[in-house]
Design a protein around this ligand. Sequence first.
Ligand code: CO
Length: 213
Amino acid sequence: MESYQRLLLNNKAWVNDKLNLREDFFSRMTLSQEPEFLWIGCSDSRVPAEEVTGVEPGEIFVHRNIANLVIHTDFNILSVLQYAVEVLKVKHIIVCGHYGCGGVRTAMSRRHLGLINKWLRHIKDVYRLHAGELESIHDENVRFDRLVELNVMEQVHHLAEISFVQQAWRKGDRPTIHGWIYDIHTGYLKDLVKITPGELPHHIYTYEFPDDE
Ligand code: CO
């Protein structure tokens, strides 16, 4: 059997398990989705959003990219975000980084990887913003863990800088933005930082909307 065929077989077993639990497991999914959470995580195969949070299908809207970055010119994440905030009306956005992140590790080095240099450059910017703190850490592994944390905090701030997040805050008490770290050594999630609705970023990123006048 080729390795990919195991996935198709697993799927059949999974369907059986779910139907044994409740007969309408799939039929009740066909109407709509009302997830309360948007997860922005790393593509790393060791950090599966649904599995580490113990949620079922329908509970969490997921976007993953290398090193869980929120880039203001990335139409992919912006589309996911706008849909999650304006249509699904999620209550919480979780940016989840992880220790041992290959993207962050590479960004800390001078390694040249071609196209991906351009993506990882955003993490180099985070490094430069916090170079004083990071370069005072002599243990390279500790510095690496700290950059993973600073990167998550920076992405959380990027979310607060987005106009339609700010507009959602004006209309109601959501979404709350969370920064978490998944520890690949223990399996535990660490609650690092939280921005509550209306906690606006630096004024240069705070928008005035036409209906202000
Ligand atoms: Co990663």
